[in-house]
Ligand binder design. Sequence first.
Ligand code: NAG
Ligand code: NAG
Ligand code: NAG
Ligand code: NAG
Ligand code: NAG
Ligand code: NAG
Length: 458
Amino acid sequence: MLLSLHWFWLVLVLYLTNPGEVEAQFPRPCTTPEARNNRTCCPLFNGSICGTSSGRGVCVKLPQMHPSRPVDHWVGWHRYFFNSACMCLGNYDGFDCGQCLPGFRGPQCEDPHVVERKEITDMTDSERETFLSSLHQAKQSHSSRYMILSSNDTTVEGNYEFHNSTVYDVYVWMHDYAAKTIPVQDIHSAHQGPAFVFWHRLFLLFIEREIRELTGNQDFYIPYWDWTRTDHCNICTNEYLGAVDRYGRIESASLFSNWMITCLFHRDASIICDPSNENDPKYLIRNPGRDTSYKTLPTTKDVEDTLAIPDYDTPPYDKTSNNSFRNTLEGYKSPDDPRHSKTSMHKLAHHYLLGTMTRKFTAANDPLSLVLHSFLDKIFEDWFKEHPNATYPDSDEVTPAQRAKAFMAPFFPLRTNDYFWGKPIQDLGYSYREHSLPHSGAGSRPARQGEETAQSPL
Ligand SMILES: *[C@@H]1O[C@H](CO)[C@@H](O)[C@H](O)[C@H]1NC(C)=O
Ligand SMILES: *[C@@H]1O[C@H](CO)[C@@H](O)[C@H](O)[C@H]1NC(C)=O
Ligand SMILES: *[C@@H]1O[C@H](CO)[C@@H](O)[C@H](O)[C@H]1NC(C)=O
Ligand SMILES: *[C@@H]1O[C@H](CO)[C@@H](O)[C@H](O)[C@H]1NC(C)=O
Ligand SMILES: *[C@@H]1O[C@H](CO)[C@@H](O)[C@H](O)[C@H]1NC(C)=O
Ligand SMILES: *[C@@H]1O[C@H](CO)[C@@H](O)[C@H](O)[C@H]1NC(C)=O
């Protein structure tokens, strides 16, 4: 068999990295009793494991964990369940190597494919309707590829269950899982550290690809919501992501009014996505601007000030980091004086929306989280273009799950936190189209009724 350098590199990384940081999600074929007894997550593709006979990938042993069996799934998830998993070659990707890396398509995954992400109010009517109805389809469609895991107490050996889920709710679950913290230590895998930007980048690419697979529309993309062009939630209308009544419920005229939320408010460090809590709200709740502490969205100046911070991240690489682009973008510091703690940027936008979006564990239930994070990803891209020599922090001060060579939880196949560093987004299959309005046009304006363009993905 031809072993590419890519494969050697990945295996090397696996063996050099503290295996306790490797985690993975739950592909349906790996949740069968047989796969679990075998401790193997190497599904068949095109008749051979990991598509080996089509040259797509190989089943490799994952490194031994230390300690060998953690009490919490969150630590070293893959070794908690599996000893082996697929490692894909070349441009192949996916838990069975049956997919292409983002940015490629075609039978051999050799054809570059780039889709432009527009600002959501710049989409034409038909583009927007396709976007919204695709989300709705994802919310209602059974995921044939993944299952979600729940546990009412992860400290008890074997105390977990797999559940069927919809395509959208797999996405919700992944955010809930990554937002979970390890008891005692305030450790996060997706927030409050240098991986914040990259974890959410992978997260958007994941749901984008799942929705492409579901709808067959290879040009489906997550638009961004530029909240600097408005002084209110201009997309909280039934034309967009739903208007709300005075209780914060989405109006019945919106597709999103009956979206049931999953992985709810009730939290305990040893619980994963308790689907049975009756006390939680059932539907999306949004009260934009109604929290008196967070009455406004971040401004154009906030974005400009954030972009002007020269260092990607600074010690101690958490939510206390001063003069850190990442920490200010994440919203723990004041953009105009990033030594001072203040709820800003990402956090402020979440808090401004008061409701489902306010809590990390529930935020992904609201489809607004997609367009909000797409904008944050764009801001990072704008910063990155100006700082081509920046590097991912290489320091023991970084929390273990977010170190450069640790793997992002709960993505499968494995991706290191620094995987995206230095990769132009065009190589990942997307780019951002600038907003059609100049910044001076900020303020309330009606949603644009755009004309079809040559770029229309429909
Ligand atoms: C489990 O292991 C047996 C014996 O090694 C093998 O024949 C079978 O294909 C494996 N099944 C899975 C799902 O990995
Ligand atoms: C499946 O395998 C056959 C040969 O076994 C090969 O000709 C074909 O291209 C493969 N299909 C894919 C999608 O890899
Ligand atoms: C957790 O669920 C199991 C059944 O799956 C049940 O036996 C156990 O009592 C539950 N524990 C708690 C703390 O609710
Ligand atoms: C989960 O979905 C699979 C099909 O993908 C189906 O065979 C199975 O019965 C479902 N399980 C439950 C508990 O609904
Ligand atoms: C950040 O700056 C503030 C104000 O100068 C200071 O009190 C605080 O200790 C600094 N924090 C870190 C982590 O350096
Ligand atoms: C980046 O590094 C290169 C080579 O060290 C240097 O020539 C270039 O000026 C640097 N660019 C910036 C923006 O600092």
